[in-house]
Design a protein around this ligand. Structure first.
Ligand SMILES: [Zn+2]
Length: 257
């Protein structure tokens, strides 16, 4: 990540508003960039100054009462008999103003929270999971290059048996398996390695009968490829280039049931 990419994210990072992937990226950048880390320190100092209390103005005693009295004084005293006490024109006006405010806020904020397709949402979750797995001691629950060790390890941990294939001859080294959670349910994660690149292959039963072709997607520099075969859902994610990730999937497909 460059300074230019990092700059717009710094305040979001400071306020704890970034997703996991961005958070990790900004953290890594701050470790190695003196200028940005100085700016981050500046934000921290500003926060501690603002929080110190010297800049706070305490409301004078009785202010709350005076405001409440003023509000009560404004309420019309004569109300149409068919309206309950609450729904005076003044109240309607304030409700209307609130609705306009809500509409404006929604309009401004909505693009950032627009509903995504389920696959896009899942792809983000997959990338988050992949990044989390790269943190120290998170990658592997069962370290083994032996498919006959990895496959039975999932017995009793998930209610299906994930196909585990050996791709050593094709240049993809099985390093182990992990129990992970996606969309609130346990899934099998199989980890393969190509040079220094790791591939997480997530597997769980598909509710669909039909096989689906591969759909690919790039998120935050990671490639995500998804398909359904023989009633199993597969999601592969890696920072490996698309060509070699494609080779991985071709080799894998040949051996999958
Ligand atoms: Zn920087």
């Amino acid at each position: 990540m460059s300074c230019k990419e990092e700059q717009p994210l710094l305040e979001g990072y400071f306020d704890g508003e970034l997703d996991l992937v961005r958070n990790v990226e900004v953290e890594a950048h701050l470790q190695e960039c003196g200028a940005c880390s100085a700016e981050y320190q500046g934000l921290q100092e500003l926060r501690s100054v603002l929080g110190s209390g010297s800049l706070y103005l305490k409301a004078p005693a009785g202010l709350q009462r005076r405001v409440q009295d003023a509000i009560r004084g404004e309420a019309p005293t004569v109300r149409p008999s068919w309206l309950s006490g609450w729904w005076t024109p003044l109240r309607w006006a304030s409700v209307a103003a609130s609705l306009v405010l809500v509409a404006l806020v929604t309009w401004n904020v909505a693009p950032r929270f627009s509903p995504r397709s389920p696959d896009e949402t899942l792809a983000r979750e997959i990338v988050d999971s992949h990044v989390r797995s790269l943190m120290p001691n998170h990658l592997i629950d069962v370290p083994s290059s032996d498919q006959h060790t990895v496959k039975p390890w999932f017995n009793g941990k998930v209610d299906f048996s994930p196909p585990v294939v050996d791709l050593q001859d094709q240049g993809f080294h099985l390093v182990g398996g992990r129990l992970d959670y996606l969309g609130g349910k346990p899934v099998a994660a199989l980890i393969y390695q190509r040079r220094q690149h790791l591939i997480n292959l997530f597997v769980w039963p598909s509710p669909e009968d039909a096989n689906s072709t591969q759909a690919s997607n790039s998120q935050q520099g990671y490639h995500v490829i998804h398909w359904v075969k023989s009633k199993m859902t597969y999601w592969a994610v890696s920072d490996l280039n698309t060509k070699e990730l494609g080779d991985f999937i071709t080799a894998l497909q040949k051996q999958l049931p």
